[in-house]
Design a protein around this ligand. Sequence first.
Ligand SMILES: N[C@@H](CCC(=O)N[C@@H](CS)C(=O)NCC(=O)O)C(=O)O
Length: 196
Amino acid sequence: MQLLYSPMSPFARKVRVVAFELGLADRLALTLASPYTDESVRAINPLSKVPVLVLEDGQPIFDSPVICEYLEHLAGKTLTPAAGPDRWAALTAQAMADGMGDAALAIVRERLRDGPHRQDLFDRQAAALVAALDLLERRTPPSDRFEIGEIAVAAQLDYLDARRVMDWREGRPNLAAWHEIASRRAAMVATAPHLA
Ligand SMILES: N[C@@H](CCC(=O)N[C@@H](CS)C(=O)NCC(=O)O)C(=O)O
C-alpha cells in the first residue's frame, strides 16, 4: 500500500503512528506528495489533500480517520473502543484534534500568504485552538492509554511546535506533562515531523 504524505502533515502523522502502533508500518510505502503544488495528487484525491492511502488495486482511501479505520480493519486490531461512551469520546477527541489541525494549518497558510493578513481569520482559528487546548488541559488523557484520540492529539501538539503556531504549554502543565510522556513512544519518535 502506498501512503501519499507530507512529513509535516499532522494528519499523515496520525496515520503513520496508527500504522506503527498496529504493527503495519512496514506495509506502508511512503510517497512524498505536495498537495498545494503537485496537481497529480488531485487525480487521486479530488480534494488534493494528504494523507491518501492507495491500495494494491489502486483504490484511494481518504481522509485520515477513514484511513485509520481501514488500518484497524486490516490489522484485525483496534485503537478505538468498540462501543459505548468510550467509543464516542475517543472519536470526538480525534475529531477535535483534527479540527485543531485545520485551524493551525489555516494560520500557517495565512502567515505564508503575501499581502495584508486577515486578522479575523487569525483570531477565529486561534480561539478554536485555545479553547481545545484548554479543554485538553482540564481533561488530560491518562498516560497509560494511547488510542486514536490520544494519537490524534499528540500529532497536533507536535504540529503546533513544528510550525511555531503558538506556545501551547504556557499555563497548561497537565497537557505538557502528558505530551512529554507520549512523545517518548517509539511510534512518535519514528514519525517526528520534519521539512521535506
Ligand atoms: N480532513 C483531512 C485533512 C487533511 C489536510 O488538510 N491535509 C493538508 C496537509 S496537512 C493538505 O493536504 N492540505 C492541502 C489543501 O488544503 O489544499 C484529513 O483528516 O486527512
